[in-house]
Ligand binder design. Structure first.
Ligand code: FES
Ligand code: FES
Length: 244
């Protein structure tokens, strides 16, 4: 019985050795087929070399069992990886988009999965809109679409053609700041400034939509915009300053 198992293991090793020879032949020819060199086989090759050096029967038996398991892998690790990747990552689909941002028309091609935030920052280089959490929790990415505030990290770029998008870059009138931008400066409505574009876009919407009746109402409306520097008092004062 023992001899039978050993003989079996020997035959596995022989098969592997013949496949290794094939791989080496491919490498020697340096043609395309060499790219199909199975990483599993290369690993086996290294193990066999090591096994030969170890010169131990126990090690030989253990190792040849592992090699037998490797030999049962039906395809290369690379092909397997490709299949897993294709399963989880759908093929890229690119769509032509014509969008109006800050009253300027842009005709671009974008992946259908692109968010409005990434379109603004990565494709159009309008980096005034900030990426904080990228999950709809901090408000740093707030912009206006048709005058209403939206979180651009949760809005697909494919949803905005035919609508007017306004970002922080589109608020000022040339060199003249928007009254809300001016108020933020005068009331110390920011410290590091990272959340500020989103705060200002929300603050403008707060005034436009008439939610400035009280400090509590302003705070409620602005509650989706977080400020790690804690500039909340200055932000509320800025909004009160601009409110009618
Ligand atoms: S980046 Fe969009 S909500 Fe935080
Ligand atoms: S000013 Fe720094 S996070 Fe708001």
């Amino acid at each position: 019985m023992c001899w039978f198992v050993l003989k079996k293991k020997h035959s596995v090793v022989e098969v592997l050795l013949s496949r290794i020879t094939k791989v080496e032949e491919c490498d020697a020819r340096d043609d395309d087929s060499s790219s199909a060199a199975d990483s599993t086989i290369i690993l086996c090759y290294n193990i066999l070399i090591h096994m030969k050096q170890a010169n131990s029967r126990r090690f030989f038996l253990k190792t040849s069992s592992v090699l037998a398991a490797f030999a049962m892998i039906p395809r290369t690790a690379k092909a397997f990886y490709e299949e897993v990747k294709n399963f989880f990552v759908p093929n890229k689909e690119v769509l032509p988009l014509t969008v109006s941002i800050n009253k300027k028309k842009y005709s671009i091609k974008a992946d259908t999965r692109t968010t409005l935030l990434d379109l603004l920052r990565e494709d159009l280089h309008l980096t005034g809109t900030k990426k904080g959490c990228d999950h709809g929790q901090c408000g740093a990415c707030t912009v206006h679409v048709n005058g209403e505030r939206v979180l651009s990290c949760l809005t697909l770029a494919a949803m905005v053609p035919g609508k007017e998008v306004t970002t922080i870059e589109g608020l000022a009138n040339g060199d003249k700041l928007h009254p809300m931008q001016q108020a933020f400066i005068e009331c110390d409505g920011f410290q590091c400034g990272y959340c500020t574009p989103g705060q200002i876009m929300s603050a403008v919407a707060c005034v436009n939509e008439g939610h400035t009746g009280s400090v509590a109402e302003i705070k409620e409306f602005m509650s989706g915009n977080l400020c790690r520097c804690g500039a909340y008092n200055g932000i509320v004062q800025s909004i009160q300053k601009v409110a009618p």
